[in-house]
Design a binder for this molecule. Structure first.
Ligand code: NAD
Length: 485
């Protein structure tokens, strides 16, 4: 008996294929651990190539029947899945906190946010449009229709174990595609629980599979090499995204890529400072800093930098650090030791280059992978963290004197996901939002994510949009039918 036995009642810990959990072919399992203690929570089936191909067989078997269902039918299943998900908020939130580490309050927020993609795309399913026109020459008709792309492979990261899945599954199912999910090895439990929720909501067997595993490539490579797969959608690092793009080229797959970020967060001299501090707290500390949209470089005008840094350090120093499921905790652990070592190395590098530690700066000893909430001021732009994603509770503050300089610095990166700035000047708000090279810009706010808006990056932050009315088009092919009058 273990205190974690309840997880096995909640989660089908097998490979989820054809509407049921089964052991992996070969019977192997791998351990999923609590990052707050390092303790094993449960064992999960360790899927490999045979499981992946079994999932694809099953997806292909039902693809045309699923594509032929009415939009209303698909919408009703998505809507029902959203309702069940919301009813199970507390169980899902606890599970997510146990495997990922964020506080239960944040996990509840993710259930609401992640669930919303199911509700939103249940509403979009019935609005898949087309076009009908007379050919300019007058002799023919142009009929444009949208059809589901076909079987989709969705690969998700560990930082938002639910939402990064629903953001892909929602539009794919709404469009009429079947989906195989390969969840991150650190956090497969939430996605497996979601699969069971979909079954309860009436999703036909085979339409959604979940193949967890400790060796990602063993699952994804045979799928990408199989001509029956028609699309890969990925959220994760730019490094792996590039690898997948190369593999997807072989069969000319449709691709959607949500990759790394290096978001600038700019506070101009005319900003409302209280608002900017609240925004910075959200943009930096949401998800413990483990977000692709996290404020990675905080640029503050030199006339207000001292006050901003002092007040921000004061705010961060009061955050209570501990296991995300303990009462009155504001900040949980990082996902694993590797991530903590990366954050530590970036902080040490910045300090060696001359950054001033305003608060924190060190990993916390003891079980679990905790790091102190940290504010670094006067970080030189030569520090590694100016170029690399920190992915932890570390705020790096840089000074600037002119709008021209800060916009150039903000754009001086291969990434282009999110950007934020604070100003009270409307002209500047328009000018700077147009000049920033990012797929999403927050003006006077520190959070941009919204299921009703297109989420996505430019440059090496990705391809395509998730959410909004744009999101479903990632899962639809355009077909042109030429008719003679
Ligand atoms: P990761 O790229 O290491 O892993 C993401 C997923 O890819 C996991 O499921 C992993 O198992 C799988 N994977 C790893 N190697 C693979 C391979 N060789 N072939 C196929 N699949 C493979 O990223 P991570 O560390 O889990 O997540 C953090 C990264 O994700 C950060 O860079 C962050 O910015 C990014 N991210 C982006 C968004 C976005 O929407 N743009 C959202 C969340 C996270």
């Amino acid at each position: 008996m273990s205190e974690y036995d309840f997880i096995r009642d909640l989660v089908p810990t097998g490979v989820w294929i054809d509407g049921a959990a089964a052991p992996a072919c070969g019977g192997a399992t791998f351990a999923v651990s609590d990052p707050a203690t390092g303790q094993v929570l449960t064992e999960v089936a360790d899927g490999g190539s045979a499981d992946a191909l079994r999932a694809l067989d099953s997806a292909c078997r039902v693809q045309s029947a699923w594509a032929a269902t009415s939009a209303r039918e698909r919408a009703a299943i998505l809507r029902r899945a959203w309702e069940i998900l919301i009813e199970r908020t507390e169980e899902l939130a606890l599970l997510m906190t146990l495997e990922m580490g964020k506080t239960v309050a944040e996990s509840r927020g993710e259930v609401a946010y992640g669930g919303e993609f199911l509700r939103w795309f249940s509403e979009e399913a019935v609005r898949i449009g087309g076009r009908n026109a007379t050919a300019p020459g007058g002799a023919g008709r142009i009929l444009v229709t949208q059809q589901p792309v076909g079987p989709v492979l969705a690969i998700t990261p560990w930082n938002f174990p639910l939402a990064m899945g629903t953001r892909k599954i929602g539009p794919a199912l709404a469009a009429g595609c079947t989906v195989i999910v390969k969840p991150a090895e650190d956090t497969p439990l939430t996605m497996l629980m979601l699969a069971a929720i979909f079954a309860e909501a009436g999703l036909p067997d085979g339409v959604l599979s979940v193949v967890p595993g400790s060796d990602a490539a063993a699952i994804t490579e045979p799928l990408l090499a199989d001509p029956r797969l028609r699309k890969v959608t990925f959220t994760g690092s730019t490094r792996v995204g590039k690898l997948l793009l190369r593999q997807a080229a072989e069969n000319v797959l449709r691709t959607s890529m949500e990759l790394g970020g290096n978001a600038p967060f700019i506070v101009f001299e005319d900003a409302d400072l209280d608002l900017a501090l609240t925004g910075a707290l959200a943009a930096k500390m949401r998800n413990g800093g483990e977000a692709c949209t996290a404020a990675n470089r905080i640029y503050v005008h030199n006339s207000i930098r001292e006050e901003f840094a002092a007040r921000f350090a004061e705010k961060l120093a009061t955050l209570r650090v501990g296991p995300g499921y303990a009462p009155e905790v504001d900040l949980g652990p990082l996902i694993n030791e590797r991530q903590r070592a990366t954050v530590t190395a970036l902080v040490d590098d910045a300090v060696a280059a001359g950054a001033v530690v305003r608060t924190g700066g060190k990993p916390i000893e003891g079980p679990g992978f905790f790091f102190q909430p940290t504010v670094l001021d006067e970080v030189p732009r030569t520090a590694r963290m100016h170029r690399e994603e920190i992915f932890g509770p570390v705020a790096a503050i840089y000074g600037f004197d002119t709008e021209e300089d800060v916009v150039a610095a903000a754009n001086d990166t291969e990434f282009g996901l999110a950007a934020y700035f604070f100003t009270r000047d409307l002209d500047r708000a328009l000018r700077v939002s147009e000049a920033l090279e990012a797929g999403m810009v927050g003006v006077n706010r520190g959070v941009v994510s919204d299921p009703a808006a297109p989420f996505g990056g430019i440059k090496q932050s990705g391809l395509g949009s998730e959410g909004g009315s744009e999101g479903i088009h990632e899962y639809l092919d355009t077909k042109y039918v030429a008719l003679t009058r």
